[in-house]
Write a protein that binds this ligand. Structure first.
Ligand code: PRP
Length: 172
């Protein structure tokens, strides 16, 4: 078992960052009725807070992908576990992620989406770990860069634990 997670980003700072991202998204997607796609499970809290703060007409969908097992390293093998419910063709799609680590999960899913011919695809991530990146995907809306530590809370797990934490913490 790791030691107790220590706070990295508190609730107040998360809320401010989500508000800033929501304002940017509202400005860029005005009258576009965007389709926000959350990548489960980690994005569920961020998606809920972000959509309420965007506060304009939009639609949501979710997808489950596999990439990590119960450990802390990406296996690099990604599969679509639950498919999208909403048609993507012609839509302005905004992917919503809790964390971009290597970027392999998101790069895979952007390729998968582009084959469905959306009008546009952009990426919104609450956090990214620049030290771990293996792909050059562009993050169009970013909350925080985080250090190369194991991050939990606000939807992000360690072996399915800690998702419920209201802030972002790290495990040593
Ligand atoms: C996490 C996170 C991203 C992915 C990022 O998901 O939510 O989807 O890993 O890692 P990468 O940039 O190295 O691909 P995870 O596979 O742990 O599943 P979960 O969201 O269900 O916790």
């Amino acid at each position: 078992m790791p030691s107790e997670p220590k706070i990295l980003i508190n609730e107040h700072d998360i809320s401010r960052a989500v508000g800033r991202l929501a304002a940017e998204i509202r400005r860029d997607y005005k009258n576009k009725n965007p389709l926000l796609i959350g990548i489960l499970k980690g994005s569920f809290i961020f998606m809920a807070d972000l959509t309420r703060k965007i506060d304009m007409p939009l639609e949501v969908d979710f997808v489950r992908l596999s990439s990590y097992g119960s450990g802390t390293e990406s296996s690099g093998k990604i599969r679509v576990l639950t498919r999208l419910q909403e048609p993507v063709k012609g839509r302005h799609v905004l992917l919503v992620e809790d964390i971009i680590d290597t970027g392999l999960t998101t790069a895979f899913f952007i390729d998968y989406l582009r084959k469905k011919r959306p009008a546009s695809v952009r990426l919104c991530a609450l956090t990214e770990k620049p030290a771990r990146r293996k792909t050059d995907i562009e993050i169009n809306y970013l909350g925080f860069q985080v250090p190369d530590k194991f991050i939990v809370g606000y939807g992000i797990d360690w072996d399915e634990k800690y998702r419920y934490l209201p802030d972002i913490r790290y495990i040593e």
